[in-house]
Design a protein around this ligand. Structure first.
Ligand code: AMP
Length: 232
């Protein structure tokens, strides 16, 4: 059975970092809609052109554009099945419409007529005040995507990735004003999904305000089927 999982949390909660670690350990495909959209913007594709202004302003990209880039990848079963043991969605769903559309497509793809949803949704929780410091200081490697921080996770050599020697850059939406907008969008539209997945009995909440390795272990525990919270 392929695992179908997702990681939720505010921007800067560590979703990307945790998804990278966990996917490498469990042989899951890491599907980040933010990465897919940034690639579309860099490629100058029509999806990228439609997404760019929303991303620069810290707003959500229209659902149809996101569905286009994500479901093209998710639907491409033949390239996936041989290689991975499933996937972890990172940054998707971001609102109720996206969550319902995902469930609809998973049900359609299920072998029987039974409704199907994700197996586990991991929710990484970090207080807002920590998020702003994390994101405005974040630097990312152009080569391998590894994350650093100007204070908390410095590379050995300024501006250069320890792993691949790539150049470090700051995402254009990691400036303070855009971070504040992204946080408010998160609280309004994405945080309510905690209730949606709790009602499905597949939500696991993980305290993300701890050392990276501690959080990774908690996420691995969550995916191994421990701690799944149903309706309480
Ligand atoms: P992220 O890398 O997940 O922080 O996403 C960066 C930006 O891409 C977000 O601020 C949104 O503008 C856009 N984005 C990523 N995922 C989605 C999504 N599921 N729905 C709408 N917009 C998204």
């Amino acid at each position: 059975m392929k695992r179908q999982t997702a990681i939720l949390g505010a921007p800067g909660a560590g979703k990307g970092t945790q998804a990278q670690q966990v996917c490498a350990q469990l042989n899951l495909e890491h599907l980040s809609t933010g990465d897919l959209l940034r690639a579309a913007v860099a490629a100058g594709s029509s999806a990228g052109l439609q997404a760019k202004n929303f991303m620069d302003a810290g707003n959500l990209v229209p659902d149809e554009v996101v569905f286009g880039v994500l479901f093209e990848r998710l639907g491409n079963e033949s390239s996936r099945t041989a290689k991975s043991d499933g996937y972890m969605l990172d940054g998707f769903p971001r609102n109720r419409v996206q969550a319902e559309e995902l469930d609809r497509r998973l049900s359609e793809a299920a072998p029987s007529s039974q409704a199907q949803t994700l197996d586990v949704v991991v929710d990484i929780c970090v207080p807002d005040e920590r998020i702003v410091a994390r994101l405005t200081g974040r630097r990312i490697c152009k080569g391998c995507g590894r994350n650093y921080h100007v204070e908390f996770v410095k590379p050995k050599q300024d501006g250069v990735c320890d792993d691949c020697g790539g150049e470090l850059y700051q995402r254009s939406d990691d400036t303070e004003s855009v971070v504040m907008e992204r946080l408010s969008v998160y609280h309004e539209q994405t945080a309510p999904l905690e209730v949606y997945y709790k009602e499905q009995g597949i939500l696991v909440t993980v305290d993300g305000d701890r050392a990276v390795e501690t959080v990774t272990q908690a996420v691995l525990d969550a995916l191994s089927g421990n701690n799944v919270a149903g309706l309480s």
